[in-house]
Design a protein around this ligand. Structure first.
Ligand code: DER
Length: 226
Protein backbone atom coordinates (compact mmCIF):
# COMPACT_ATOMS: atom_id res chain seq x y z
CA UNK A 1 0.00 0.00 0.00
CA UNK A 2 1.35 3.44 -0.73
CA UNK A 3 2.36 5.79 2.05
CA UNK A 4 -0.74 8.01 1.84
CA UNK A 5 -2.98 4.97 2.20
CA UNK A 6 -0.98 3.89 5.27
CA UNK A 7 -1.24 7.35 6.82
CA UNK A 8 -4.98 7.34 6.24
CA UNK A 9 -5.30 3.93 7.95
CA UNK A 10 -3.43 5.13 11.03
CA UNK A 11 -5.49 8.33 11.09
CA UNK A 12 -8.78 6.43 10.95
CA UNK A 13 -7.75 4.22 13.88
CA UNK A 14 -7.19 7.33 16.00
CA UNK A 15 -10.32 9.10 14.76
CA UNK A 16 -12.36 6.07 15.88
CA UNK A 17 -11.43 6.95 19.50
CA UNK A 18 -13.46 10.18 19.30
CA UNK A 19 -16.92 9.86 20.85
CA UNK A 20 -19.84 12.26 21.20
CA UNK A 21 -19.40 15.17 23.56
CA UNK A 22 -15.60 15.13 23.40
CA UNK A 23 -13.35 18.18 23.22
CA UNK A 24 -10.75 17.23 20.62
CA UNK A 25 -7.33 18.69 19.84
CA UNK A 26 -6.90 18.69 16.07
CA UNK A 27 -3.31 18.31 14.89
CA UNK A 28 -1.57 19.69 11.83
CA UNK A 29 0.08 18.11 8.83
CA UNK A 30 -0.70 15.62 6.08
CA UNK A 31 -1.48 12.73 8.44
CA UNK A 32 -3.54 14.79 10.89
CA UNK A 33 -5.48 16.01 7.86
CA UNK A 34 -6.82 12.48 7.36
CA UNK A 35 -7.89 12.33 11.01
CA UNK A 36 -9.72 15.66 10.77
CA UNK A 37 -11.46 14.45 7.61
CA UNK A 38 -12.49 11.17 9.29
CA UNK A 39 -13.86 13.03 12.33
CA UNK A 40 -15.56 15.56 10.07
CA UNK A 41 -17.25 12.86 8.02
CA UNK A 42 -18.52 11.11 11.16
CA UNK A 43 -19.80 14.45 12.46
CA UNK A 44 -21.58 15.13 9.18
CA UNK A 45 -23.10 11.63 9.24
CA UNK A 46 -24.60 12.47 12.64
CA UNK A 47 -22.44 9.87 14.42
CA UNK A 48 -20.74 12.47 16.62
CA UNK A 49 -22.82 15.05 18.45
CA UNK A 50 -21.58 17.71 20.81
CA UNK A 51 -17.98 17.41 19.66
CA UNK A 52 -15.87 20.57 19.87
CA UNK A 53 -12.48 20.92 18.17
CA UNK A 54 -9.45 23.02 19.07
CA UNK A 55 -7.25 23.49 16.00
CA UNK A 56 -3.45 23.62 16.17
CA UNK A 57 -3.09 25.69 13.01
CA UNK A 58 -5.03 28.02 10.74
CA UNK A 59 -4.96 25.28 8.11
CA UNK A 60 -6.52 22.70 10.45
CA UNK A 61 -9.05 25.30 11.61
CA UNK A 62 -10.22 25.89 8.04
CA UNK A 63 -10.31 22.17 7.22
CA UNK A 64 -12.31 21.29 10.36
CA UNK A 65 -14.79 24.13 9.82
CA UNK A 66 -15.34 22.92 6.23
CA UNK A 67 -17.11 19.89 7.78
CA UNK A 68 -19.18 22.15 10.03
CA UNK A 69 -17.23 21.03 13.12
CA UNK A 70 -17.58 23.58 15.93
CA UNK A 71 -14.11 25.01 16.59
CA UNK A 72 -13.20 26.89 19.75
CA UNK A 73 -10.09 28.72 20.90
CA UNK A 74 -7.89 26.88 23.39
CA UNK A 75 -9.00 27.67 26.94
CA UNK A 76 -7.86 26.10 30.25
CA UNK A 77 -10.44 23.30 30.06
CA UNK A 78 -8.79 19.93 29.41
CA UNK A 79 -9.23 18.17 26.06
CA UNK A 80 -10.45 14.59 26.09
CA UNK A 81 -8.12 13.62 23.27
CA UNK A 82 -5.70 15.19 20.81
CA UNK A 83 -4.67 13.53 17.56
CA UNK A 84 -1.55 14.62 15.69
CA UNK A 85 1.28 13.51 13.47
CA UNK A 86 4.98 13.52 14.21
CA UNK A 87 8.28 13.72 12.39
CA UNK A 88 10.08 11.20 14.57
CA UNK A 89 8.82 8.64 17.12
CA UNK A 90 11.36 6.90 19.37
CA UNK A 91 10.76 3.62 21.26
CA UNK A 92 9.62 5.55 24.36
CA UNK A 93 7.14 7.53 22.21
CA UNK A 94 9.20 10.69 22.61
CA UNK A 95 8.71 12.79 19.50
CA UNK A 96 10.19 15.38 17.27
CA UNK A 97 7.49 17.53 15.71
CA UNK A 98 7.36 20.83 13.89
CA UNK A 99 8.35 20.14 10.31
CA UNK A 100 4.84 21.31 9.50
CA UNK A 101 5.57 24.54 11.36
CA UNK A 102 2.78 24.16 13.95
CA UNK A 103 4.81 23.07 16.98
CA UNK A 104 3.93 25.99 19.30
CA UNK A 105 0.14 25.72 19.00
CA UNK A 106 0.44 21.92 18.94
CA UNK A 107 2.36 21.78 22.21
CA UNK A 108 0.15 24.42 23.89
CA UNK A 109 -2.90 22.38 22.88
CA UNK A 110 -1.63 18.84 23.37
CA UNK A 111 -0.26 19.42 26.85
CA UNK A 112 -3.90 19.93 27.89
CA UNK A 113 -5.12 16.67 26.36
CA UNK A 114 -5.93 13.74 28.64
CA UNK A 115 -4.77 11.50 25.78
CA UNK A 116 -2.32 12.48 23.05
CA UNK A 117 -2.62 9.96 20.23
CA UNK A 118 0.02 10.11 17.53
CA UNK A 119 -0.58 8.93 13.97
CA UNK A 120 2.16 8.24 11.47
CA UNK A 121 3.55 5.91 8.85
CA UNK A 122 6.50 3.65 9.65
CA UNK A 123 9.05 6.06 8.11
CA UNK A 124 8.73 8.19 11.27
CA UNK A 125 10.02 5.45 13.59
CA UNK A 126 13.56 6.02 14.89
CA UNK A 127 15.73 4.34 17.51
CA UNK A 128 17.06 7.73 18.66
CA UNK A 129 15.68 11.24 18.16
CA UNK A 130 17.60 13.20 15.55
CA UNK A 131 18.26 10.26 13.23
CA UNK A 132 16.10 11.50 10.40
CA UNK A 133 14.81 14.97 11.19
CA UNK A 134 16.25 18.28 12.40
CA UNK A 135 14.83 19.75 15.59
CA UNK A 136 12.51 22.66 14.71
CA UNK A 137 13.00 25.57 17.14
CA UNK A 138 10.50 28.45 17.01
CA UNK A 139 12.32 31.75 17.58
CA UNK A 140 11.19 35.37 17.84
CA UNK A 141 11.36 37.26 14.56
CA UNK A 142 12.77 40.33 16.30
CA UNK A 143 16.53 39.91 16.72
CA UNK A 144 16.47 36.46 15.12
CA UNK A 145 20.07 36.75 13.96
CA UNK A 146 21.17 37.25 17.57
CA UNK A 147 19.08 34.29 18.68
CA UNK A 148 20.64 32.11 15.97
CA UNK A 149 24.06 33.17 17.21
CA UNK A 150 23.06 32.09 20.72
CA UNK A 151 22.00 28.71 19.34
CA UNK A 152 25.26 28.34 17.45
CA UNK A 153 27.14 29.22 20.66
CA UNK A 154 25.45 26.16 22.20
CA UNK A 155 27.18 24.12 19.52
CA UNK A 156 24.04 23.59 17.46
CA UNK A 157 24.31 23.50 13.71
CA UNK A 158 21.30 24.15 11.53
CA UNK A 159 19.66 26.91 9.57
CA UNK A 160 16.75 29.33 9.44
CA UNK A 161 13.80 27.70 7.65
CA UNK A 162 13.51 29.63 4.40
CA UNK A 163 11.73 27.70 1.65
CA UNK A 164 11.63 30.69 -0.69
CA UNK A 165 12.71 34.33 -0.86
CA UNK A 166 11.47 35.00 2.68
CA UNK A 167 11.95 33.10 5.94
CA UNK A 168 9.06 30.76 6.88
CA UNK A 169 6.57 32.52 9.15
CA UNK A 170 4.59 30.43 11.64
CA UNK A 171 0.90 31.13 12.36
CA UNK A 172 2.24 33.08 15.33
CA UNK A 173 4.46 35.38 13.23
CA UNK A 174 7.67 33.74 14.40
CA UNK A 175 10.58 32.13 12.54
CA UNK A 176 11.82 28.55 12.76
CA UNK A 177 15.44 27.46 13.10
CA UNK A 178 15.89 23.83 12.07
CA UNK A 179 18.63 22.64 14.39
CA UNK A 180 20.97 19.77 13.58
CA UNK A 181 21.16 17.57 16.66
CA UNK A 182 24.51 16.17 17.82
CA UNK A 183 25.22 12.40 17.68
CA UNK A 184 24.67 11.94 21.40
CA UNK A 185 22.57 14.22 23.59
CA UNK A 186 20.17 14.16 26.53
CA UNK A 187 16.88 15.37 25.06
CA UNK A 188 15.41 16.59 28.37
CA UNK A 189 18.59 18.54 29.19
CA UNK A 190 18.78 20.02 25.68
CA UNK A 191 15.11 21.00 25.88
CA UNK A 192 15.78 22.85 29.15
CA UNK A 193 18.85 24.56 27.68
CA UNK A 194 16.96 25.65 24.57
CA UNK A 195 13.97 26.93 26.55
CA UNK A 196 16.42 28.92 28.67
CA UNK A 197 17.93 30.58 25.60
CA UNK A 198 16.79 34.18 25.03
CA UNK A 199 14.74 34.46 21.82
CA UNK A 200 13.73 30.80 21.74
CA UNK A 201 9.97 30.41 22.03
CA UNK A 202 9.46 26.63 21.75
CA UNK A 203 11.12 23.45 20.49
CA UNK A 204 9.83 20.44 18.57
CA UNK A 205 10.71 18.03 21.40
CA UNK A 206 7.46 16.43 22.65
CA UNK A 207 8.91 14.35 25.46
CA UNK A 208 6.74 12.06 27.58
CA UNK A 209 3.52 13.52 26.12
CA UNK A 210 2.14 10.86 23.78
CA UNK A 211 -0.04 8.13 25.25
CA UNK A 212 -0.08 5.92 22.17
CA UNK A 213 0.76 5.92 18.51
CA UNK A 214 -0.88 4.26 15.54
CA UNK A 215 1.92 3.52 13.10
CA UNK A 216 0.99 2.18 9.69
CA UNK A 217 3.36 -0.12 7.84
CA UNK A 218 2.82 -2.20 4.69
CA UNK A 219 1.89 -5.21 6.87
CA UNK A 220 -0.70 -3.27 8.90
CA UNK A 221 -1.15 -0.70 11.65
CA UNK A 222 0.88 -1.13 14.85
CA UNK A 223 -0.46 0.33 18.07
CA UNK A 224 2.40 1.49 20.29
CA UNK A 225 1.51 2.30 23.89
CA UNK A 226 3.85 4.25 26.20
O1 DER B 1 4.46 20.00 12.31
C1 DER B 1 4.06 18.98 12.90
O2 DER B 1 4.34 18.74 14.09
C2 DER B 1 3.29 17.96 12.12
O3 DER B 1 2.59 17.14 13.00
C3 DER B 1 4.25 17.20 11.28
O4 DER B 1 5.44 17.08 11.89
C4 DER B 1 3.79 15.82 10.81
O5 DER B 1 3.39 16.06 9.56
P1 DER B 1 3.11 14.92 8.48
O6 DER B 1 2.01 14.07 9.09
O7 DER B 1 2.65 15.70 7.28
O8 DER B 1 4.38 14.16 8.27
Amino acid sequence: ADLEHLKKEAAERAAALVTSGMRVGLGTGSTAKYAIEAIGRRFQAGELSGVVGVATSEASDVLARSFGLPIEALDPRPLDIAIDGADEIDPQLNLIKGLGGALLREKLTEVQARRLVIIADHTKLVTRLGEKAPLPVEIARFGFLSTIERLRALGLGGRLRQPGAQPYLTDNGNYIFDAQLPEQFDAAALERTLKGTLGVIETGFFLGMAERAFVAAPDGVQELVR
